[in-house]
Design a binder for this molecule. Structure first.
Ligand SMILES: NC(=O)CC[C@H](N)C(=O)O
Length: 406
């Protein structure tokens, strides 16, 4: 294995070895604390344009299988690990992680002091970085390129703040995920039909709805409100996705069209941020974000604490206590409350409309990878759709009655 170097925009460098494809890559460097789930992380479209550092020291131990990917390709812009597995071992493994990274042209670096790197990012905040190896670190004459030159390349990369990226990862054509019965066979008469706007959707999300007997129509990010209505949905879902929610204008207009029609709405992660913005709240960039599978979140409706999967660098800026009039358009969407909070740092992790059938969470109930504590939220969405069909129901009702509160 040849030498590689990781260069941060503040000039700090980490020497290592080339891992995966050799060459050059730039992006925003972020760390993920999950001890498991590297396949789900690599294939999560929300990581588009981000270089991911794994804090778990051994990566690749179980190789790569065909069941765990969350999309059809690896999306991370680069991959930083401490100690890659020399050999993978799992009955499900089809190939090694290294082979997959090479095949998909993902530039990585190993043998990095990932603890020192993570501490640096926690203190200074996430920033742009580059991984350079092979021809990207030597001049044609054979001499090493100076670090200053590499830092300049990193500084030329776009910032994550202000980036509108959902269109780069969404589908071009809509598709349908069939509703399933309890045995996993197709259900002839689905309990509900959902229009799911793909802003970078993870495949497990429509799956979780389908498992509950919901037929899911996955739509491109560019869909108009007419496209959404054409599905005749019982509910609308906005997915996770990459980029800065303050840059998403079109999607927020569509979402307001959904709220104006009182169609039940559920959003996850980017979908939560867009819901927050549609209601008139701001969003802001966290210093280093939440990425991993062990974040404690309290559901304020039930008082229960759940251990949850996260991948977000932005958050909604809404008042933590009490009910608030949603600021947009002089309170057009009525009252809202923060329904979930991260117990590590009090970041808003969920929003609930009190006068509309709409709610969202900042974290990942689809649990891929991650604990399944938050699966009840899909039941809550189904409850909201079924109660609202009878002409009543707000998100708060669905949270305190029926299956959702069980
Ligand atoms: N997983 C997501 O949906 C991420 C949302 C947004 N891109 C963020 O970083 O906060």
């Amino acid at each position: 294995m040849s030498d590689a170097i990781l260069v941060l925009e503040d000039g700090r460098t980490f020497a290592g070895r080339a891992y995966g494809a050799t060459g050059r890559t730039v992006g925003e460097i972020v760390f993920n604390t999950g001890m498991t789930g590297y396949q789900e992380t690599l294939t999560d479209p929300s990581y588009h344009r981000q270089i991911v550092v794994m804090t778990a020291p051994h990566i690749g131990n179980t190789g790569v299988n065909d069941e765990d990917p969350e999309s059809s390709r690896i999306w991370v812009a680069g991959y930083v690990v401490r100690d890659p597995a020399r050999r993978s071992s799992s009955w499900r493994a089809r190939r090694s992680l290294d082979e997959d990274l090479v095949a998909q042209g993902v530039v990585g670096i190993s043998d990095v002091d990932t603890r020192a790197l993570t501490r640096h990012l926690r203190e200074r905040g996430v920033m742009r970085a580059g991984i350079f190896s092979g021809d990207a670190i030597v001049r044609p004459e054979g001499e090493r390129r100076p670090v200053d030159e590499l830092v300049d390349e990193v500084l030329a990369a776009p910032q994550m703040a202000g980036a509108d990226l959902a269109g780069e990862v969404s589908v071009d054509e809509s598709y349908v995920v069939q509703a399933l019965d309890a045995d996993g066979a197709p259900l002839d008469a689905p309990y509900a039909r959902v229009a799911a706007v793909d802003l970078g959707i993870k495949s497990m999300t429509p799956q979780r709805l389908a498992e509950r007997g919901v037929e899911v129509h996955v739509l491109p990010a560019t869909s108009s409100i007419e496209d959404v209505l054409a599905v005749q949905p019982d509910g609308v879902f906005f997915s996770n996705g990459p980029g800065d929610p303050s840059a998403a204008r079109h999607e927020i207009d569509v979402l307001r069209g959904v709220l104006d029609r009182r169609i039940p709405f559920f959003g996850i992660c980017y979908g939560n941020q867009l819901f927050g913005r549609a209601l008139g709240f701001g969003t802001y960039k966290l210093r280093y974000g939440h990425r991993g599978v062990n974040q404690p979140v309290v559901d304020r409706t039930t008082g229960k604490v759940e251990i949850t999967a996260h991948n977000h660098g932005f958050a909604v800026d809404a008042p933590l206590d009490g009910e608030t009039a949603a600021p947009f358009d002089g309170g057009r969407y009525g009252r809202v409350r923060v329904s979930h909070i991260d117990l590590n740092d009090d970041v808003v992790e969920g929003l609930e409309a009190l006068d509309l059938p709409a709610f969202s969470v900042q974290y990942h109930p689809e649990a891929a990878a991650g604990p399944h504590d938050a699966a009840y939220l899909f039941d809550r969405f189904l409850d909201l759709m079924t109660t609202h069909r009878d002409g009543s129901g707000s998100a708060a009702d669905a949270a305190t009655t029926g299956k959702g509160a069980a």
